[in-house]
Design a protein around this ligand. Sequence first.
Ligand SMILES: Nc1ncnc2c1ncn2[C@@H]1O[C@H](COP(=O)(O)OP(=O)(O)O)[C@@H](O)[C@H]1O
Ligand SMILES: [Mg+2]
Length: 266
Amino acid sequence: MAVLIAASMMDKLVVTGVSKRFGSDTVLRDISFTVLDGEFLSILGASGCGKTTLLRIIIGLESQDVGSIHKDGSDISHTHPSKRGMGIVFQNYALFENMTVLRNVEYALLRGGSVDRKKARARALELLERVGLSDQQAKRPQALSGGQQQRVAIARTLVMNPDIILLDEPMSALDVDTRLSLRSELKAIQREFGTTLIYVTHDQEEAFALSDHVMVMHQGVIQQLDVPSALIDQPANDYVRRFVARNIQLKIDSLLPYARDGHRSI
Ligand SMILES: Nc1ncnc2c1ncn2[C@@H]1O[C@H](COP(=O)(O)OP(=O)(O)O)[C@@H](O)[C@H]1O
Ligand SMILES: [Mg+2]
């Protein structure tokens, strides 16, 4: 019994039996999983499998038809998004174009009404410094690169001090180099702030590189939730086996031209 209680205290987020339909389409079917405090969980699956809908339900932008969501042991199934203590980062940054970078970050704090301007500014500057954008604070978002804009979006989320951050394919619009540097930065930020992260991607390599656990989804159903290596060594079913094998093959194919060039130059 004591062991059970100790284990449950580590549970940050518990999703139980969540299902969702849009019209006659069932988009999520009986989704249940637990995210531990400080964990990095990736949700991996092809386009249309329900990843975004699940994230929107977790933060409360969309409501589940059935099922519950608990955070730190409290039922937040019907709590307003602003009261869930979560932040979300989207693929398209969703920054305010008519505000400077600094305003974008402090606005989130000021909107809440509980922080005065001076404190909000100081905190926003601190976060911009943390993501390496102090020198860009007076610019409008459009003047920044995609990677920089995504850093602003991350700073804007961190400034609210959420204990769970949800990221919906945040790197999809970025080039490979930017993705790689933002990837390691994200991991460093997670360690530093001790935040629990739920990261949606269709990129297996990204999921494997970042995560403690990976959840593979297909047609609104969890296929497997496991450590990355287990998805390769012990796939739960044929879908996971094929999905992982296909991605590994694509990776090999993408590397082959370099290998051939390498041979030629020897
Ligand atoms: N607001 C909505 N109304 C109707 N259908 C929706 C809505 N949002 C998502 N869907 C449908 O739900 C399915 C899952 O979508 P989504 O959660 O965006 O998948 P993913 O993020 O994995 O690509 C898709 O078939 C999509 O068309
Ligand atoms: Mg999506």
